[in-house]
Design a protein around this ligand. Structure first.
Ligand SMILES: N[C@@H](CCC(=O)N[C@@H](CS)C(=O)NCC(=O)O)C(=O)O
Length: 213
C-alpha cells in the first residue's frame, strides 16, 4: 500500500494527492504536524531527512520532493501524464521547474508573510512579502500567456506540469491575488478544480483551515 505524507495547506503535498487521485491509486494519507515539530522527529526524518512534506512510502521504497514523487507515480503507472517522448517530456519538466522555482517561490513568500506568520504570531518579513509579490507580477503573466496559446501548460495534452502548476497556484485566492487579471489561467484552472481528483481532496484551497477557524 502506498502511504502519502501530506498537509492540506502544502501545495507540494497537494500536487502529489492530485496526481495520485487522478491515477486512481489507493493510498493511505498521513498528516505530519509541522507546527508541533513532528517533521523533525527521528522517526519522520528517516522518511524525509529535512522533515518536510510531501513524502511517500511505496512498499520498501521511500521518496520525497513532490516533482520526483509525481514523476515516479506517473512512470510506475505508465501514464500519459509523463510521456516518453524526449521533447514533450522536456517541456513538461520545464513547466514543472518553473512552477516550483518561480511561482511557488512567489506564492510561498506571500502566503507565509500575509497569512501564516500573523496567524502563528511570527514576525512578518515585509521585504520577503514585497519580493514575493514582484515574483508573481513577473511570472504569472508568463503562465497566462502560455495558457492563451495552448490548452494545457505544456501543450495540447494534460500532463504532470498541469498538476504542478495547479497546486502551486491553488493559494492565489487565499493571498488575495485577483485571478481575473490572468484570464487564461483562470479559464484553465476552473475545470481542473471541479474535477474529481481535486474535489476528493478539498472543495477549494484552505477549506480545512476555514473549517478549523
Ligand atoms: N521542494 C519541496 C518543498 C517541500 C516543502 O517545503 N514543504 C513544506 C510545506 S509546503 C514543509 O514541509 N515545510 C516544513 C519545513 O520546512 O520544516 C517539494 O516540492 O516537495
Amino acid at each position: 500500500m502506498l502511504t502519502i505524507y501530506a498537509l492540506d495547506l502544502s501545495s507540494p503535498a497537494l500536487k502529489v494527492l492530485y496526481v495520485a487521485n487522478y491515477l486512481g491509486l489507493q493510498y493511505e494519507r498521513k498528516g505530519i504536524n509541522l507546527a508541533e515539530g513532528e517533521g523533525q522527529s527521528e522517526e519522520y526524518k528517516r522518511i524525509h531527512p529535512a522533515g518536510k512534506v510531501p513524502a511517500i512510502i511505496d512498499g520498501d521504497f521511500s521518496l520525497w520532493e513532490s516533482n520526483a514523487i509525481i514523476r515516479y507515480l506517473a512512470a510506475k503507472e505508465k501514464s500519459d501524464l509523463y510521456p516518453a517522448d524526449l521533447k514533450q517530456r522536456a517541456l513538461i519538466d520545464q513547466w514543472m521547474d518553473f512552477a516550483a522555482l518561480h511561482i511557488q517561490n512567489g506564492i510561498g513568500r506571500v502566503l507565509w508573510n500575509k497569512i501564516m506568520a500573523p496567524k502563528l504570531g511570527r514576525e512578518v518579513d515585509e521585504n520577503s512579502l514585497q519580493c514575493g509579490l514582484q515574483f508573481l507580477n513577473r511570472y504569472l503573466p508568463i503562465v497566462d500567456e502560455q495558457l492563451g496559446k495552448t490548452l494545457y501548460i505544456a501543450g495540447e495534452k494534460l500532463s504532470l506540469a498541469d498538476f504542478a502548476l495547479l497546486a502551486h497556484t491553488d493559494p492565489l485566492e487565499a493571498i488575495e491575488i485577483d485571478v481575473k487579471k490572468y484570464p487564461n489561467l483562470d479559464k484553465w484552472r476552473r475545470p481542473l478544480q471541479s474535477a474529481d481528483f481535486f474535489q476528493k481532496v478539498h472543495k477549494f484551497y484552505g477549506e480545512s483551515a476555514m473549517a478549523r477557524g
